[in-house]
Design a protein around this ligand. Structure first.
Ligand code: HEC
Length: 144
C-alpha cells in the first residue's frame, strides 16, 4: 500500500515535470522561428538593403529599420515598372500571414501581381517564409 502511494506521487511529479517541459517548449519554438527569420532577413535576403532608409554616410537610420525607404540606386537601362520606393515591412501592416508567406514563396502579392523590380521574386521554402513573417511581425510597425 505504502509503495503504491509513493509511486502515485512519483508519477504525479513526473506528469507535472513533463507538462512543464512541454508547455515551455512552445515559446522556444516560436523564438527559434523568429531568430531564424531575423537571420534570413538580415544576413541572407538583405531586406534592409532596400527597405531601410540610410543616412548620408550610408548607415541604416536608427529606429527606421525595415520601415520603408527611397532607393538610392537606379537601373542602368530605363525600366518602366521600376519602383523607387519601398514600403514599410516592420510588423507587416496590411498583410495576413498567409498572403505574406505566399508572397515570399512565389513572388506573387495579395493582388495577384509580383512586386515591381527591384523587389526580388523570392522562392523561399514554406518554413523559411513562415520564419521571415514571424520575425517581421515581431517588429514594431512604423510610426509613420
Ligand atoms: C533589391 C531591393 C529589395 C530587397 C532586397 C527587398 N525588397 Fe521588398 N520591395 C522592394 C521594392 C522596390 C518594393 C516596392 C515594389 C512595388 O512597389 O511594386 C518592395 C516591396 C515589398 C513588399 C510589398 C509588395 C507589394 O506588392 O505590395 C513586401 C511585403 C516586401 N517588399 C518584402 C520584402 C522582404 C521580406 C524582403 C527580404 C526577404 C525584401 N522585401 C527585400 C525592394 C526590395
Amino acid at each position: 500500500m505504502k509503495l503504491t502511494a509513493y509511486m502515485g506521487i512519483d508519477a504525479l511529479f513526473l506528469v507535472v515535470m513533463l507538462s512543464a517541459v512541454l508547455s515551455s517548449s512552445a515559446s522556444p519554438t516560436q523564438s527559434a522561428k523568429i531568430a531564424r527569420g531575423k537571420y534570413l532577413v538580415e544576413a541572407v535576403a538583405m531586406c534592409g538593403d532596400c527597405h531601410t532608409p540610410i543616412s548620408e554616410k550610408g548607415e541604416p537610420l536608427p529606429g527606421k529599420v525595415l520601415k520603408g525607404a527611397t532607393l538610392t540606386f537606379k537601373p542602368v537601362a530605363p525600366m518602366p515598372v521600376w519602383a523607387d520606393k519601398t514600403p514599410n515591412i516592420a510588423g507587416l501592416p496590411g498583410w495576413t500571414d498567409e498572403q505574406a508567406v505566399k508572397f515570399l514563396m512565389t513572388g506573387i502579392a495579395y493582388n495577384e501581381l509580383p512586386g515591381r523590380p527591384p523587389m526580388p521574386r523570392y522562392r523561399l521554402s514554406e518554413a523559411d517564409a513562415e520564419a521571415v513573417v514571424a520575425y517581421l511581425r515581431s517588429l514594431a510597425p512604423s510610426d509613420k
